[in-house]
Design a protein around this ligand. Structure first.
Ligand SMILES: Nc1nc2c(c(=O)[nH]1)N[C@H]1C(S)=C(S)[C@@H](COP(=O)(O)O)O[C@H]1N2
Ligand SMILES: [Mo]
Length: 525
């Protein structure tokens, strides 16, 4: 052998190049799959499909923990988690393929099968074509791995020209990386075009003036105390809780809402324009999530514009159970396959249950359900507030369990009376003297009658209540505390307008909402 030829490839070097091949195969598989998904249906891509399937199957306690721990970033964390696992598996398959080429490639195909299965079993899956992106991606990845590992330079002796071989491998690897990046970029561009028609449809919405305006928020409803949540929550600060890994971008022009089921005499299919042609009402309503811990952030108030749902149901011939109607559950279904079941009786009992099209004077933001969502005062979001709604079915609680109920949450869930200390913050160190303690309290559709504060184990003291907007909204409160030096625990509780005082008994969010009193520990300097 000629002395100038590079030494043959060592075993560790081959294994490393195998791992690199695995990575490149994964990268190609995902890029090609996402490109295919952009063409088929964005949500059918393997990462979103597997992520969605994981969300569907996560035990409620874990999901609750994830929401608490990561807040709205829980979805990003999940996607990063999936990519991390995939990367580790890709490295392993690459190493395996150095020894057993077929097995390595077969492993990639197996993961494609998992992705395909996840995609077609998601509740929003509408066609078997949802399996395509995973299949196409996996076949690409498997073929690439097989090819690249086949080009790995030999360990010793077998090759006449190791230098050339090495170059050939690197060229193939680089070409694969470039092609994958191209596919990824193309997928992004294609996906962006789809979203644009939805964005354009939202931009062109002009909300008609409501026939029944909300009364202005009373001046006294918002305290001038710093640190209290604003009475009306700006759209961009409004909490978001849903199972959607990517926010559905629905084009309002193609949107339809179907109303059907038990006791529906006149079935209807409505377009967005039909809805805007109906009399709209405007109401301030506080929305709360059942996953909100005592003292937690998943509560907000907005001025909603929409069609009164009860009127629309009456026009379809629907009667509430109290008038002999056969359906006691209204199941709303969203474009992303979410199902949310509300009691027909409450929806039709005179409260302002809305098919909302507007939020604080704007068309609904995409994240909050554009073009149309439900809002029902007094019920937790998971039993009332279906976003991206597209179907309303009248049925019974006996006949159908919607998404969250199948996962252990209660069938019926009226909002529990709650109060929260917004200021001082936990572990604050205020100066001794007068310290303003303030926050919010809510008991939607019953209204807040009283809020009390307790310092350490002292007596309950009444706070000053801000003016009430409506009984469907939260109420601010404040209390001037004469604070003495040292560590103190502040505890708050509210009483609703039925005379019932918020229970101090601690309950976790599962199955029907947290209870207990919110406390904040501070040190007065
Ligand atoms: N389509 C859909 N609608 C949904 C959900 C969801 O996961 N998907 N989550 C519900 C829950 S649990 C809550 S608390 C409210 C939250 O509404 P927001 O994100 O606009 O605050 O939406 C409800 N509507
Ligand atoms: Mo929720």
């Amino acid at each position: 052998m000629d002395d100038t030829t590079p030494p043959p490839l060592s075993r560790p070097a081959r294994v490393s190049l195998g791992a690199l091949s695995g990575l490149l195969a994964e990268y190609a598989a995902i890029a090609v799959a996402e490109l295919a998904a952009a063409a088929v249906r964005p949500e059918s891509g393997p990462v979103l499909a597997v992520g969605g399937a994981a969300i569907d199957r996560t035990p409620p306690a874990v999901k609750d923990w994830a929401i608490r721990r990561f807040g709205t970033d829980d979805k990003l964390v999940l996607q990063l988690g999936i990519l991390t696992v995939l990367t580790l598996l890709a490295l392993a398959l690459g190493v395996l393929a150095v020894r057993w080429r077929r097995a390595g490639a077969g492993g990639v195909l197996a993961f494609g099968a998992v992705g395909a299965w996840a995609a077609v079993t998601r509740p929003d899956s509408t066609a078997p074509t949802d399996a395509l992106p995973s299949v196409v991606g996996a076949v690409t990845g498997a073929a690439l791995l097989y090819l690249l590992v086949g080009r790995l330079p030999a360990t010793r002796g077998r090759s006449a020209e190791p230098g050339l071989e090495r170059r050939a491998f690197l060229v193939a690897a680089a070409a694969a990386a470039v092609a994958s990046t191209g596919a990824g970029v193309a997928g992004r561009v294609l996906g962006g075009t789809r979203g644009r028609s939805a964005v354009a449809s939202r931009d062109s919405v002009v909300l008609p003036a409501p026939v029944s305006k909300a009364a202005p928020v009373p001046g006294g409803a918002a305290l001038r105390t710093g640190g209290v949540s604003p009475f009306t929550t700006p759209n961009e600060d409004f909490y978001r809780v849903d199972t959607a890994l990517t926010v559905p971008k629905v084009d309002a022009d193609g949107w339809r809402l179907r109303i059907h089921g038990k006791g529906v005499v006149r079935e209807r299919v409505l377009s967005f324009a039909d809805l805007l042609d109906m009399p709209l009402i405007e109401r301030d309503i506080t929305l709360t999530c059942v996953s909100n811990e005592v003292g937690g952030p998943y509560v907000g108030t907005a001025r909603w514009t929409g069609v009164r749902l009860a009127d629309l149901l009456r026009r379809c011939g629907v009667k509430p159970p109290s008038e002999g109607g056969p359906a006691d559950q209204l199941v709303a279904r969203s474009v992303d396959g979410m199902t949310i079941g509300s009691p027909v009786e409450e929806v039709m009992d005179g409260r302002d249950a809305l098919l909302a099209v507007g939020m604080n004077g704007q068309p609904l933001p995409f994240a909050h359900g554009f073009p149309v969502r439900m809002v029902v005062p007094g019920l937790y979001g998971y039993v009332s507030a279906c976003k991206w709604i597209q179907d309303i079915e009248l049925t019974t609680f006996d006949a159908y369990d919607p998404y969250w109920v199948r996962r252990g949450w209660a069938r019926r869930a009226p909002v529990k009376t709650q109060s929260r200390i917004d200021t001082p913050r936990p572990f604050a160190r205020p100066e001794s003297g007068t310290v303003v303690v303030a926050g919010v309290a809510w008991a939607q559709h019953r209204g807040i009658d009283k809020v009390e504060i307790r310092v350490d184990d002292g007596p309950w003291e009444e706070t000053r209540l801000a003016a009430e907007d409506t009984r469907d909204t939260w109420r601010q409160w404040s209390y001037s505390w004469q604070a003495a030096k040292g560590g103190h625990t502040l505890t708050v509780r509210a009483t609703d307008r039925t005379g019932e005082t918020q229970t101090g008994e601690r309950a976790s969010t599962l199955p029907d909402g947290a209870s207990g009193w919110h406390s904040v520990v501070v040190t007065v300097d």
